[in-house]
Design a protein around this ligand. Structure first.
Ligand SMILES: [Zn+2]
Length: 405
């Protein structure tokens, strides 16, 4: 039974890896053959090639330019070794060509950045495979780990798989001291073909930039709490504005922050509850008259910058709710009255925004609705989001231009 499970997962892995290779415009299957391994390396970078010296196979640069001074006047200068873990290969100990620069005299080695991060031994290929399995195929960490060990014919640490899987996020965070503390929080739904993901963003409305961003596979009290706790470390929060999602307010207040509801969303919600355009009310003149008047009254309560005045206005209104439809009456007594402060935080401080328009604009620009059908994988989306965020910060940031990201 156990072996059957592994075989099934191996098939998925092969399938998925072939897909990964298709992304690189190749439909060739991989195998652990030496020739195919050589090709696999070349496919990841056209700057790498193999050379053979006696019985040694050495990985070297196609053109060896000095990374210190950009000179191409360089000579070969011995060999170093890297022990690397690829997907579906036994652990490889590779010979890497070293070079010496005739111009500046410094030494360097073949640039392997397309294959593996500096000082790492888990290759990018293996990381990508883990991410595809975890994020897109929703395979659990334990079977991923077992299968990698099985295919590589040596143990693979569960913690390593977990670290890699959890790292597959936009995961962007700005220096806390740059943040104004006036924030919007919202979650955007992202749908690559493989299923929904959730883009959590905290947005600084004074500086007009995102301050933290992360992709989650689900939106729950736990993930929202985790994101806010992690992202707001060392930040002096003045207020966080959200839409009417009922999860957000209690979490934000439990963390000890002021909360403001978006008044634009509130007004849309009021309109919905007033049911002015519904079949039964459309031609009822009395209904139209009273409820249009109520709408005006509610809008004026929300927009009044004098807190005390609007609070009195609301309480006066709440005493005479007979004649209004049940839904709007319920909204007034069960939401507006008890949580009134959350609709009026902006009256304390003119830097607090009344709406979440800014973060929504950011969502619209960096991941427009039209894009929701374009990307096939979460990786494609993440690459795009990272790129567009940098673009946004360059074009829209109100921070001083000297600040580097
Ligand atoms: Zn040099």
């Amino acid at each position: 039974m156990k072996n059957e499970n592994i075989t099934t997962l191996d098939n998925i892995l092969f399938d998925k890896t072939n897909k990964l290779y298709e992304f690189n415009n190749s439909t060739e299957c991989i195998s652990s053959d030496e020739a195919n391994f050589n090709d696999k390396i070349k496919k990841r970078s056209n700057k790498l090639t193999w050379s053979y010296k006696k019985d040694k196979k050495i990985l070297q640069s196609v053109d060896s330019v000095c990374p210190h001074c950009d000179s191409s006047n360089t000579i070969k200068h011995g060999i170093t070794h890297r022990t690397l873990r690829f997907f579906n290969e036994t652990i490889k100990r590779l010979c890497i060509q070293r070079y010496k620069c005739n111009h500046c005299g410094k030494t360097f080695q073949t640039d392997l950045s397309s294959i593996v991060d500096k000082n790492a031994n888990i290759t990018n290929e293996l990381k990508e495979t883990i991410n595809v399995l975890f994020q897109e195929c929703r395979v659990k960490l334990r079977p991923i780990c077992n299968s990698i060990a099985h295919l590589g014919k040596s143990k693979f640490c569960h913690q390593t798989v977990q670290n890699i899987a959890e790292d597959n996020t936009v995961d962007f965070k700005i220096d806390p001291y740059l943040v104004s503390g006036y924030l919007d929080f919202d979650v955007q739904w992202i749908r690559p073909e493989s299923g929904w993901s959730y883009r959590f963003v905290l947005f600084d409305t004074v500086n007009n930039i995102p301050i933290a961003e992360k992709i989650y596979s689900e939106e729950t009290n736990e993930t929202v709490t985790e994101f806010l706790t992690e992202s707001l470390k060392n930040i002096t929060v003045k207020c966080i504005c959200t839409d009417l999602d009922t999860k957000y307010k209690p979490i934000i207040e439990k963390l000890g922050y002021n909360h403001q509801y978006c008044l634009f969303h509130t007004k849309m919600n009021i309109n919905k509850k007033l049911k002015l355009k519904s079949k039964e009310n459309k031609d009822n003149k009395e209904y139209q008259k009273t409820h249009k008047k109520l709408k005006k009254e509610l809008y004026s309560i929300l927009d009044n910058s004098n807190y005390k005045q609007s609070w009195d206005q609301l309480n006066k209104l709440a005493k005479h709710l007979e004649g209004y439809n049940k839904e709007i009456s319920k909204f007034i007594t069960e939401t507006l009255q008890p949580f009134f402060k959350s609709f009026k935080r902006w009256t304390d401080d003119n830097k607090i925004d009344k709406t979440t328009n800014k973060i929504e604009n950011y969502f619209r620009v960096t991941y427009p609705k039209a894009d929701k059908r374009k990307e096939r994988t979460i990786h494609g989306v993440i690459t795009k989001l990272n790129h567009r965020r940098q673009q946004w910060i360059r074009n829209n940031s109100k921070l001083e231009k000297t600040t580097k990201f």
